[in-house]
Design a protein around this ligand. Sequence first.
Ligand SMILES: Nc1ncnc2c1ncn2[C@@H]1O[C@H](COP(=O)(O)OP(=O)(O)OP(=O)(O)O)[C@@H](O)[C@H]1O
Length: 235
Amino acid sequence: MLRIEGLSAGYSAKPVLNNVSINVGAGEFVAIVGPNGAGKTTLFKTISGIVKPSGGAITFDGVDLLAVPPPQRAHLGIAHVPEGRQVFPSLTVMENLEMGAMTESGRRDWRANIERIFEWLPVLKERRDQFAGTMSGGQQQMLAIGRGLASSPKLLMLDEPSMGLAPSTADFIFDRLIEIRRQSGLTMLLVEQRVAEALESADHGYVLEAGRVVLEGNNDTLRADDRVRKAYLGM
Ligand SMILES: Nc1ncnc2c1ncn2[C@@H]1O[C@H](COP(=O)(O)OP(=O)(O)OP(=O)(O)O)[C@@H](O)[C@H]1O
């Protein structure tokens, strides 16, 4: 579904991603893990079109994504749940979800989607009239995920959903993602610094270090890898 080949990207004089290749099949849950500053957010921003690559190719459902203007990419079925959540603080939960449903498929599927989103993330139903800015970090993260789902995506990209959350709240979010994926079959691409949790949730993973993919494999292979165990799992 998403094929990234030999991607290089960065900021003016600062190269960040170096020849990165990643493949996400339809229905897969793929995690990209790595330390702070490895380039995980830059990778997502390149997929969304916020950052322009200096080389390589990205294909989504057979379409050359780099030829599609960034505002159009959401309409192809790519939802980006950004780092730091970025919900609209002065809008209510419901209004935030409606903002997510601005795509053609989001508008078409709104009724069915909102029902499922409320089932998966009941706190959003309970707080539907609350201003997003007054909610806790974990609740705002669930809202950001709900907003992404409201666009009726084919691919949900999640940038560090556990960021700044207590471990128990982060665990709850990962648990919700696994359940949403199980029930919907949605394709998910996650970037995370919490490596253990990310590899537990996903089927397949890539380790990104200093802008390069240094290791790839299914979650069992990666969790059994000596280097991953030492560097990321504290074993
Ligand atoms: N707008 C920017 N302009 C210049 N350099 C940037 C910009 N954004 C990020 N960088 C730099 O690019 C590198 C990769 O950053 P990126 O945010 O992609 O990493 P990351 O793996 O997502 O890490 P984090 O977990 O800290 O977000 C870092 O060295 C960062 O300082």
